[in-house]
Ligand binder design. Sequence first.
Ligand code: ADP
Ligand code: MG
Length: 346
Amino acid sequence: MEVKFNHVTLTYPNGIEVLHDMDFDINDGQLVALLGPSGGGKSTTLNLISGLLSATTGNIYFGDKDVTKQDALERGVGMVFQNYALYPHMTVLDNIIFPMKMAKIDKATRKQRALDLAKLVRVDDQIAKKPSDLSGGQQQRVAIARALAKSPNILLLDEPLSNLDARLRVEMREEIRRIQKETGVTTIFVTHDQSEAMHVADKIMVLNDGRIQQYDEPQSLYENPSNQFVANFIGEPALNVISARQLGPGVTQLFDGEVATIGIRAEALTNEVKEPAIKMQAIVHEVLSFGRDHQATISVGENQLIATDVTTTALINQEMTLFAALSGVYAFDKEGQRLPLRGERT
Ligand SMILES: Nc1ncnc2c1ncn2[C@@H]1O[C@H](COP(=O)(O)OP(=O)(O)O)[C@@H](O)[C@H]1O
Ligand SMILES: [Mg+2]
């Protein structure tokens, strides 16, 4: 089911507007991640889609239908939260059956569907257990099966993996992607973890301060961030930031507009001659190696940088020339908006 927000705002009862002019489309059958720091407005946006909150102004559509005034039940959404919220006294199978029982689906049909869903989420060998006898990952699988029980129009997941340890998180994000592709259900997945969003989503909506910063495919967000917030939030290690003054007009004149800061991806920096690139005088202080990964600590004037492809140890603590490949160099104005290369169409 397609989801459309048309100039939606949300003001909480305390009078504070936390979402401003949200305008977007989520295509049918896609897996979209809402990504951003805590307090950015992710859960509020998700609750507007679910119908747990209603928009203060603007309209929400599912397909062609205006659902702005409909509640969660009418909208037919399935939800999964960070805390698994399974019924502790029921078996796994009864947990999955429960929403269908409430909807008065006949006994044989609902049991068969629950068994099919248990198989889909790979807990079919656990159906007689109580939730407390399952691992966190298995409980989240059951929660997903239960959310899918009534064949929802849309599946909503609010930080579903936050309670799991790092290894399980990686396994479960792949599982969520698999389940979403197998069912084809339009899915919206909230996370504050950029790497999780990058791995799981067809498209990512970056939210900060209740505004959409950018809504794009994962690779486009990385390669073509539209502002400093996105450039900084996506990618690991974080973007290096240098003041325009430090690099001088030779660099700033490459861009259209008043450059305040330059951002450089850690992997764009190299000690080998590279074109097209910007050149800078730098001091490499230290190169640490972690298995395949390298991390060089560098200073350019007052600015501290991290580089992953500078591996020279020949010139430690001496001034040398470094290159930053232009594809990993971004210019921002003082509001943090991205400035295009001179002569490049915007
Ligand atoms: N019930 C509420 N009443 C008032 N303000 C709220 C309420 N819930 C959330 N907020 C505020 O709305 C903003 C967005 O919150 P939220 O959507 O929960 O962010 P996220 O899920 O991205 O962490 C925050 O500033 C938060 O403090
Ligand atoms: Mg939240």
